[in-house]
Design a binder for this molecule. Structure first.
Ligand SMILES: NC(=O)c1ccc[n+]([C@@H]2O[C@H](COP(=O)([O-])OP(=O)(O)OC[C@H]3O[C@@H](n4cnc5c(N)ncnc54)[C@H](O)[C@@H]3O)[C@@H](O)[C@H]2O)c1
Length: 382
């Protein structure tokens, strides 16, 4: 097994998720590559000790991402920092000639994303991808196969969503994810949007236009120091789009993308519904084992509820009847990243991480959504 040497920039919530995958990498069966964490960087040095304790391969701990990028041992960088830092740090990673897994939204806004794309154009040898783990749930992988096989027939309607509820509490203190300067003007779209777009984009559906309704529901939050401060990020976004299957010419269908930080009762619920003339499928992480499928060949229309096991794109030692969860999806996503970098193509169409082109299109869409909200009209993309 050959080792791939990683440097990490940003050691918070998502940094620890990646590190957790590295720690249990042996769970993957016959995977030829092994990530090794050799360098870590965070503005907050108190985070280093956990990494040093758990990863004996670690040789560099620094508060300067530039120092990490100068480390010749680092081949691949995982960067999980607040959105306002994506442009500067992702571009620097690429300019240093390192491969990059960047977190969404891959630049705080369209301009930031364009500058990252520009850096990539100058360094086409860098393998660059953006995170998005939900398509690796076994049920979504099955839906991906159905899409590849054209089993839905003509698409009638698609709904995709990602919903949270903890922001319903107006006393939840503000953090960078609710500050427009650090999270960006997209608000919940920057935070949740690429997760929602991944399957529709990968399916190749062309999005012609968008009418967005954005809501700022809680406009003030405690700052943790006894004051209440403005909270100007969009809490919820619903994007009504007209889309078409590339193979179906102008036969458009409604595509609804819901990104909500305030969806009462929902705790990290990612969902996808596809309705077609020959089949329909529904999945939500609320019931992570259950895949609902309706296949129509005439006669009764019957929804089947299938218990999905641990039927993953990348095989693991976990028994195939066991349950799959968030950290398993992250492990699969990282396997997909390394697989695609090594083989120059994903294992399967829907077993690949988001490409820079897909991330760039999300910025076109979310920027149009802001315009749509501002002007209360439908904005054309093509
Ligand atoms: N894929 C997912 O499901 C998922 C979930 C949550 C967050 N994210 C994304 O991950 C990224 C990070 O989010 P998080 O939840 O881990 O945030 P976090 O606040 O937990 O961690 C961010 C880390 O970046 C560090 N940092 C800030 N400025 C820095 C600098 N100049 N140099 C080095 N480190 C610096 C902070 O000290 C912090 O430790 C964001 O882009 C976010 O959108 C993805």
């Amino acid at each position: 097994m050959s080792s791939v040497k990683f440097g990490m920039i940003g050691l918070g919530l998502m940094g620890k998720e990646f590190a957790g995958c590295v720690a249990r990498w042996g769970h993957l069966v016959d995977f030829p590559l092994q990530p090794e964490i050799v360098a870590v960087c965070d503005a907050e040095p108190s985070l280093f000790s956990w990494y040093a304790e758990h990863f004996p391969s670690l040789r560099q701990q620094t508060t300067s991402y530039r120092a990490l990028l100068q480390n010749p041992d680092v081949e691949v960088v995982y960067c999980a920092v607040p959105h306002h830092l994506h442009e500067e740090i992702y571009s620097a990673v690429i300019q240093a000639g390192k491969h990059l897994m960047g977190e969404k939204p891959f630049g705080m806004d369209e301009k930031a994303n364009e500058r990252i794309t520009h850096a990539l154009r100058q360094h086409p040898d860098c393998f660059v991808r953006c995170t998005s783990q939900f398509p690796f749930f076994p049920a979504v992988q099955r839906i991906g196969v159905m899409l590849e096989q054209g089993r839905f027939g003509r698409i009638i309607e698609v709904n995709a969503g990602f919903q949270h509820s903890s922001d319903l509490d107006p006393d939840k203190p503000i953090n960078w994810k609710r500050q427009i300067e650090k999270n960006g003007e997209y608000g919940c779209m920057g935070d949740l949007g690429l997760h929602v777009c991944h399957v529709p984009f990968r399916a190749g559906w062309r999005i012609y236009n968008v009418r967005a309704i954005l809501s700022d529901i809680v406009s003030e939050r405690p700052d943790g120091r006894g004051n209440r401060v403005p909270c100007r990020t969009w809490d919820n976004a619903t994007l009504f789009c007209e889309a078409a299957d590339a193979d179906a010419g102008d036969l458009c269908f409604p595509l609804t993308l819901k990104m909500q930080r305030i969806a009462p009762g929902e705790k990290n619920t990612w969902s996808l519904e596809i309705y077609g003339t020959r089949a329909a499928a529904r999945f939500s992480t609320k019931r992570p084992k259950t895949l609902q499928i309706l296949e129509y060949t005439g006669g009764e229309q019957v929804w089947q509820h299938i218990d999905m096991g641990y039927e993953t794109a990348f095989r693991t030692h976990t028994g195939s009847i066991f349950e799959f969860g968030f950290s398993d999806a992250i492990l699969q996503m990282w396997a997909a990243f390394l697989y695609e970098r090594h083989h120059q193509k994903p294992l399967k169409k829907f077993a690949g991480c988001l490409t820079p082109q897909e991330a760039a299109f999300s910025h076109v869409l979310f920027t149009a959504a802001l315009e749509s909200q501002r002007e209360r009209r439908t904005v054309t993309l093509y």
